[in-house]
Each structure stands twice: as structure tokens, then as C-alpha cells.
Design a protein around this ligand. Structure first.
Ligand SMILES: Cc1cc2nc3c(=O)[nH]c(=O)nc-3n(C[C@H](O)[C@H](O)[C@H](O)COP(=O)(O)OP(=O)(O)OC[C@H]3O[C@@H](n4cnc5c(N)ncnc54)[C@H](O)[C@@H]3O)c2cc1C
Length: 394
């Protein structure tokens, strides 16, 4: 992507953000799904930012895509989570592991907004350890038959197709069970979904669970080879974690903008609250979160671009994986602290969803849970320092 294309993309992202802001604010306070995210993203052609141009996308590198997600993240974690589900963990596995036929069938349509995507790995009894999943598949007359339940899936109630994971049935209790990945069309018979709305935040985004009851998937919808599922899931988590980190950088930027604006207008004890040094402490800390998070996201995105440029170099892939984990852990915690401090600077108004800091605080908490909870990432980072023999789990 050259400079001109990057500028054009960021202008489109900016226009989308300006148009979505008043709608998102209204949906948030009314606790309803924001049904304008998709049409507006389609209007501004940002439904396939990193998808190659040959498949209809904008062809952005990871650094540019992260800049776009940081901008979108300022509009709220719910809005950004839609893009993570659709692009970072929905389109990405198809881009990296799909056959040419599968790419042709799903990528251009998803870029045009005709097919909305999601990623279904988590199950009621398999979260941090996806290998404890119980979904199964078996081959029958040229098709794969899928059974199981997927839980807490972003875009799961609005998706037209979902990247899903399941064990080969015959081997589910055997010695070497194989996990495979499929693209499942949600209009297929036996697919039943339910929106999950009792959430602590992101009320305007879609989170759902779904059941696959003898869902038939055509053979050509297998991603990679049979048995590649776990590798595909872990690959998607790299792009997914980067998207969460980038979105949280946007949250920090927005918190900083809000506290600067509010604290220089609000007066108490005869002066702007920005002149009270304990308020300046919050502002300094949010600014430090912003600059350090910017560096982390950029470095992690560069590592991913380096790995993508040389796909046969396994060391670069490993580096991209660990950088994504570090950036996700660091920036989500920084965003949580930044939102908490922004709420504090806003005082009583901060503790209201009518103001942006309160909404960010509600929303950003989940970023320390999904796509690898804090604890899981810490274990991964520690073993990257200590060595393979200290891995908490394989
Ligand atoms: C709003 C939302 C959207 C989501 N979107 C998606 C999606 O699009 N697709 C998808 O597949 N999933 C999605 N998820 C699921 C998410 O990825 C999981 O919730 C997450 O991986 C944690 O799994 P769990 O909830 O089962 O918690 P558990 O795995 O049960 O963990 C509970 C706690 O135990 C800790 N823990 C677990 N194992 C260990 C260990 N070995 N050592 C130390 N601590 C440990 C965890 O860190 C955590 O603190 C979403 C979740 C939410 C809330």
C-alpha cells in the first residue's frame, strides 16, 4: 500500500468514524444493536482493509490496518469489536489458509458487506483451553457434518458465515484427535443462534451463541487440511490480538482527548480542575499509556508484516506471535487504567454512560478477557523468556 492509498484509507476511516459517532452514542444509551455500522462501513469501503486488492479489499499492511483500528477504537470498543470479528478473525483465516476457490467465494462478498463473518472457537466448556472443545465433525457423502455449541461469539448472531472449529468425530476420544477448521454458512439447516445481551458493556455490538445440529458443510469449505484447525485458530489469534491492542490504543487516545477537554473547562475551588496537580497526575499517566501503547502496537504490527513478507521463516512467525501477545496484554491493561482515570477526572459525570469515559470503562474490560485472558498471555510471555521447558501448557 503506497502513501496515497494509505491517506485515502485513513480519510475513509475518519469519515466513517464521524458518521457513526452520534448513532453509536444513541444506540449505546438505548442499549440496542447499532445496525448502521455495516452500511456505513460498506459506504466508506472499510469492510476489508487488509484483504488483498485481488480479492476486492484495500490491501493494507498490518501497520496501516492497526492505525485504522486505533481510529475506530476511539468510537468505542463495541464498534471496533465488529471489525475484529469480521476482518481480523473472520476474513484473516480465509486469507491465510483458504483455497483460491474459498477466497473467491467469501472475500469479495465480505468486503462488499454481502457476507458478514465471525469466528467461533469458544464453547461453554472450552475457553482458555480451546482443545477442550467438544464440537465434532464427520465426513458423510462428500460433506462434513458438524455438531456442537459455540459460545460468546462476536457477530455470531448477525454473521452469514462463521469460521468454526471441531474435532474429527472418530478420534474425539482417541489418541490423536484432529481439530479442523471450516467456513460454515449460517443459513444451513440445523444452525440455531441466540443473542447474548446481559453484558457489562458493548451493548450496541452483537455477541451470540449458536448450536450446530448436524450442519452440513461442503467439502470445499474446509480451511487448510484436516487437522490444521488448531494452527489456524492460533494464527487467527495473532491478527485478533493485534486488533484488540490497536483498538485499545484508540480508547486511550479518546480518554486523553476527553480529559484534556473536560479538565480545562470544569472549574472547582476557583480554577480549572486541570490546574489541580492531582488531576494532572491522571493526565500524565494517560499520556504515558498512550505513547507506550503506540510504540507497542507499532512494533507488534511491524513484526506481523515482517512475518507475512517471509512466510517460510518460522522464527519471524514466532516473533509476531509473541509481540501480538505482549501488545495485547500491555495495551488492554493500559486502556483499562486510562478509562478508569478518565472517569475519575470527570467525577460524577464520569460514572455515567452519557459520557465517553464511562462507556469506555464498561467496554474495555472485556479486552483483558477475550482473545487470550491476561493470565494466559502472561504465561505465554513468561515461557518466551524462560524457554520451552517452562511452558505452562502446550
Ligand atoms: C464479549 C465477548 C466476545 C467474545 N468473542 C469471541 C469470538 O468472537 N470468538 C470466540 O471464539 N470467542 C470469543 N469470546 C470468548 C473469549 O475468547 C473467552 O471468554 C476467553 O478466551 C476466556 O475463556 P472463558 O470465558 O471460558 O474463561 P476460562 O477459560 O474459564 O477462564 C476463567 C479464568 O481462569 C483463568 N485461567 C484459565 N486457565 C488458566 C491457566 N492455565 N492458568 C492461569 N489462569 C487460567 C483465565 O485467565 C480466566 O481468568 C468472547 C468473549 C466475550 C466476553
Amino acid at each position: 500500500m503506497d502513501r496515497k492509498e494509505r491517506e485515502a484509507l485513513m480519510n475513509d476511516v475518519e469519515s466513517f468514524c464521524q458518521e457513526i459517532r452520534p448513532i453509536e452514542e444513541l444506540c449505546y444509551v438505548e442499549h440496542r444493536f447499532n445496525d448502521q455500522v455495516i452500511p456505513l462501513a460498506k459506504k466508506h469501503n472499510i469492510l476489508g482493509i487488509p484483504v488483498p486488492k485481488t480479492h476486492g479489499g484495500r490491501g493494507a499492511d498490518c501497520v496501516t490496518y492497526c492505525q485504522a483500528l486505533a481510529r475506530i477504537g476511539r468510537e468505542g470498543t463495541g464498534v471496533r469489536t465488529f471489525f475484529s470479528g469480521h476482518t481480523s478473525i473472520g476474513q484473516a483465516p480465509i486469507m491465510y489458509f483458504g483455497s483460491e476457490e474459498l477466497k473467491k467465494r467469501y472475500l469479495p462478498a465480505s468486503v462488499k458487506g454481502e457476507k458478514i463473518l465471525a469466528f467461533g472457537l469458544t464453547e461453554p466448556d472450552a475457553g482458555s483451553n480451546p482443545l477442550e472443545m467438544t464440537s465434532t465433525y464427520e465426513r458423510q457423502k462428500g460433506k462434513f457434518i458438524l455438531n456442537g455449541v459455540k459460545y460468546l461469539i462476536s457477530n455470531g448472531g448477525i454473521a452469514d458465515a462463521i469460521v468454526v472449529f471441531a474435532y474429527q468425530k472418530q478420534s474425539a476420544s482417541g489418541k490423536n484427535p484432529r481439530v479442523s477448521a471450516f467456513v460454515l454458512d449460517t443459513r444451513v439447516e440445523g444452525f440455531n443462534k441466540e443473542d447474548l445481551t446481559a453484558k457489562c458493556g458493548m451493548p450496541s455490538s452483537n455477541t451470540a451463541m449458536f448450536e450446530m445440529s448436524n450442519c452440513a458443510v461442503p467439502e470445499e469449505n474446509l480451511l487448510g487440511e484436516e487437522g490444521d484447525g488448531f494452527r489456524i485458530a492460533m494464527g487467527a489469534l495473532v491478527t485478533g490480538r493485534l486488533s484488540v491492542a490497536a483498538g485499545c490504543l484508540g480508547v486511550i487516545e479518546d480518554c486523553l482527548h476527553e480529559v484534556v477537554s473536560y479538565s480545562t473547562q470544569r472549574h472547582q475551588h476557583g480554577k480549572e480542575i486541570a490546574r489541580h496537580q492531582l488531576v494532572q497526575d491522571h493526565i500524565a499517566m494517560i499520556e504515558m499509556h498512550r505513547v507506550s501503547s503506540e510504540v507497542m502496537v507499532k512494533r507488534a504490527a511491524e513484526a506481523k508484516d515482517e512475518a507475512d513478507a517471509m512466510p517460510n521463516q518460522s522464527e519471524l512467525k514466532k516473533q509476531a506471535d509473541i509481540w501480538a501477545a505482549k501488545a495485547k496484554f500491555f495495551v488492554t491493561n493500559a486502556a483499562w487504567d486510562a478509562a478508569d482515570r478518565a472517569v475519575q477526572v470527570f467525577g460524577g459525570r464520569g460514572w455515567s454512560t452519557l459520557y465517553r469515559p464511562g462507556r469506555h470503562l464498561n467496554d474495555v474490560r472485556v479486552c483483558r478477557i477475550y482473545e487470550g485472558a491476561d493470565e494466559i498471555l502472561k504465561l505465554k510471555i513468561a515461557s518466551s523468556v524462560l524457554g520451552k521447558e517452562y511452558e505452562a501448557f502446550k
